[in-house]
Write a protein that binds this ligand. Structure first.
Ligand code: CS2
Length: 496
């Protein structure tokens, strides 16, 4: 076997000549602390900052942090924070080694070290990709769940925080105590008005600890919203091994992604603003329209493909997209979602949809339906439910594609595919949905009713819409007593 080399700063000069790599000084200060240094962050934000540093804007290295597992730190720190981004489309592949992440802290091992990094006056910006559930919010209302064990622990002892809002409050408290300017808090997760939600969560937690601190945060700290977009399938052990055998390089933090990338950021900063507009980021006063369009069109379609496609046995997004009926279903879902969007400067829905069709067809990504299906309870409100509510509020009929998708999510909670293959329902509310199904004792209409009664997901308005509940129940029965594959085919056949 040929000798392989682990990626590291010392080895940068030996990389293949056609791989992009950092040529800037990587020992310059970190202006950013990032919470949640997962694959999405590495393929998205870290690439924008890499371009910024390469363009000669100093002081914007990123100090990463993991709030849970040490795995990412163990992969990245021995590589001096370096990692490869493989950009794939069709048969094309391009490799880029990204240098913008200095190192990764493991918060549970040493929470005080992360608080010190947050308190460091060089830190002007704190960014987050902690996934929807990492904000500890009630999905339906967006309010901080003070009963969440990590939040409750943070309120009791802010000296060793556990939750993302807890770390932000502890970091801001340290800045205030030192008389230092606060940092900007920039959420990069797929939540609607993610800046406002983060702000509300941080202020609510601060209020429970120290009302004067909460007032200072409310007055001084900027929480811009942002829309982030790049499809980043989870890296598999096979990806690492294939990369190693093809290139001779071992990279434990490798990420694979598509050529497309987009970041729209609300122009609201309370400390130094990185000049990201020079490297393709859009700064705008109004990001809400962009967020809504992306969540309802891209993510809404993704989740429909995940549940209905996953139940029908399609392992990957690009496979589901060519299965009978799926393309028609997704077009119908997009019609329903598009009708609820606000006009946004520079946003053309037809062009956006055409681009999504091509992105979803990218077979080189191998994007697993089960990956997207994770944490549905945290995703449904912004991806589907708000669209359904807006449609009904406008006096239009029950949106059929979204209703079928929701029926697919309900069936998913049983943890068994059309073909009878069992799977694990990976969701923080999996115990609640399982209990709802069990209590219904096999009565399909009762199963729908019991799931809709989970207020943290559905609130109170949708379950009270009788026409919607009737349509949902019919769709659910067609899947549960038939199959998701047949229900999608029937939907497409009955259309137009
Ligand atoms: C996906 C997103 O897993 C999911 O829920 O819908 O991660 C999606 O790939 C990104 O938002 C694309 O920007």
């Amino acid at each position: 076997m040929n000798q392989t080399t682990r990626l590291s700063a010392a080895a940068l000069g030996e990389l293949p000549a056609d791989w992009a790599r950092p040529a800037y000084d990587r020992s310059q200060p970190c202006g950013v602390v990032h919470l949640g240094t997962g694959a999405f962050h590495r393929a998205h934000q870290a690439c924008f900052f890499d371009a910024l540093l390469a363009a000669g804007h100093p002081g914007w290295m990123i100090r990463g942090a993991s709030l849970r597992s040490p795995a990412v730190a163990q992969a990245m720190n021995p590589q001096d924070g370096l990692f490869t981004v493989l950009v794939r489309e069709g048969g094309d592949e391009r490799a880029q080694v990204v240098g913008s992440v200095a190192d990764v802290l493991v918060a549970p091992d040493d929470p005080a070290a992360l608080v010190r990094a947050l308190a460091d006056p060089a830190t002007a910006l704190v960014t987050l990709t902690v996934t929807e559930k990492g904000y500890c919010l009630d999905p339906a209302t967006g309010a901080l769940r003070v009963d969440d064990p990590a939040v409750a622990a943070d309120i009791a002892n802010l000296a060793a925080p556990q939750s993302a809002p807890g770390f932000l409050v502890a970091g801001l408290a340290a800045r205030r105590a030192a008389g230092a300017a606060p940092f900007t808090v920039l959420s990069c997760d797929n939540l609607p008005e993610n800046g406002q939600r983060t702000r509300a969560a941080v202020i609510a937690l601060a209020e429970a600890v120290d009302p004067a601190l909460a007032a200072w945060i409310a007055a001084e700290v900027a929480f811009p919203s942002s829309m982030v977009d790049r499809i980043v399938p989870a890296t598999t052990p096979d990806d690492l091994d294939n990369f190693e055998s093809a290139t001779g390089w071992r990279d434990e933090a490798l990420v694979k992604t598509e050529p497309f990338t987009q970041w729209v950021v609300e122009d609201w900063f309370c400390n130094r603003r990185p000049p990201l507009d020079t490297v393709g980021v859009q700064f705008t006063r109004d990001v809400a329209g962009w967020e809504k369009a992306k969540l309802r069109l891209l993510n809404g379609a993704h989740s429909a493909i995940a549940y209905l496609g996953g139940l029908a046995g399609h392992a990957y997004v690009h496979q589901a997209m060519v299965a009978p009926g799926f393309a028609a279903l997704i077009e119908a879902l997009w019609d329903e979602a598009e009708a609820t969007l606000d006009p946004v400067d520079g946003f053309d829905p037809a062009a956006y949809r055409a681009q999504l069709r091509a992105r979803f067809a990218n077979g080189a990504l191998m994007h697993r339906t089960h990956q997207i299906a994770m944490d549905g309870s945290q995703k449904l409100p912004q991806r589907w439910l708000q669209t359904i509510l807006a449609t009904r509020a406008a006096g239009r009929p029950v949106p059929r594609a979204l209703t079928l998708a929701l029926a697919g999510w309900m069936r998913w909670q049983a943890g068994v595919s059309d073909a009878g293959v069992p799977f694990v329902v990976d969701d923080p509310l999996a115990a609640e949905t399982a209990a709802a199904l069990a209590a219904a004792e096999g009565d399909r209409a009762e199963e729908v009713r019991a799931l809709l009664a989970i207020g943290a997901i559905f609130g109170s308005e949708l379950p009270a819409d009788a026409d919607f509940v009737a349509a949902l129940t019919r769709a659910y029965i067609s899947i549960a007593d038939g199959s998701a594959g047949a229900a999608v085919r029937a939907f497409a056949g009955g259309r137009g």
